[in-house]
Design a protein around this ligand. Structure first.
Ligand SMILES: [Zn+2]
Length: 239
């Protein structure tokens, strides 16, 4: 899929798009910006184009771990705005970039008006559930180095720059749910084989093939699963 525009917005029929485009506001999301907190009412939904948003869950003890990433192929708040209207997680910008923002009240109207948007949102639910199941298996079965490689490649897939991930080692540790020292050791291993270069707050992919070789098979499993879901969506849209 082309990394241009936002996949869900592109699903809109032309007449719906022209009606709702004036209600979309382009915003530049800043790294570290908190877009949602647990228990907060979802007043806006976000459709990233270049920004990458991490969904973070917390334990009662206050430990946090990232449980999903939202990029150009998804949106933030699109389920909750039509359901409980409350967020159960924290949403923080991990990679700065552009996004479209819309008031939740306008989004509900747009959702009601566009069958293809509803279909795309349902497909997006399937993608997130598929990812969540795979990540449970991945966390239980695969090494930190393999999971880090897979996570970095998936983050880059979802952001505009396919080579540089502006993420600190703290953020990478939160992505994987491990200690920072564990991430430091995994990065050192990847640097030793020439796959990445880590400087202050930035991870640069030097050799993508080497990073792909280090990544666990979940990357390919998820790539195939997403492709099947996207293709099914395209067929539905062609009806
Ligand atoms: Zn895995």
């Amino acid at each position: 899929m082309a990394k241009q525009g936002n996949w869900l917005l592109k699903a809109l029929e032309p007449d719906v798009r022209s009606r709702f485009t004036p209600r979309l506001r382009q915003v530049q999301l800043v790294r570290g910006e908190l877009l949602l907190s647990p228990g907060e009412t979802v007043s806006k939904v976000f459709f990233p184009e270049g920004a990458l948003i991490g969904l973070i869950s917390a334990t009662a003890a206050g430990d946090t771990v990232q449980t999903a990433m939202v990029g150009w192929d998804g949106a933030l708040g699109v389920f909750e705005a039509c359901g409980t209207r409350q967020s159960a997680f924290m949403a923080e910008v991990q990679v700065e970039g552009a996004a479209w923002a819309m008031a939740a009240t306008d989004y509900r109207l747009m959702y009601a008006a566009s069958e293809t948007l509803r279909t795309a949102v349902h497909k997006y639910v399937e993608i997130l559930l598929t990812e969540a199941r795979q990540f449970v298996a991945c966390n239980a079965l695969h090494s930190v180095e393999a999971r880090l490689s897979r996570s970095v490649l998936e983050a880059l897939d979802r952001s505009r720059d396919g080579r540089i991930l502006p993420a600190t080692q703290e953020v990478l540790a939160q992505m994987l749910g491990v200690q920072r020292t564990t991430v430091t050791a995994a990065i050192a291993q990847l640097q030793a084989v020439g796959a990445v270069r880590s400087t202050r707050g930035v991870l640069e992919v030097v050799d993508e093939a080497a990073l792909e070789a280090a990544a666990c098979c979940c990357r390919e499993t998820l790539r195939e699963a997403r492709a099947e879901i996207y293709a099914a969506d395209d067929e539905a849209c062609d009806d």
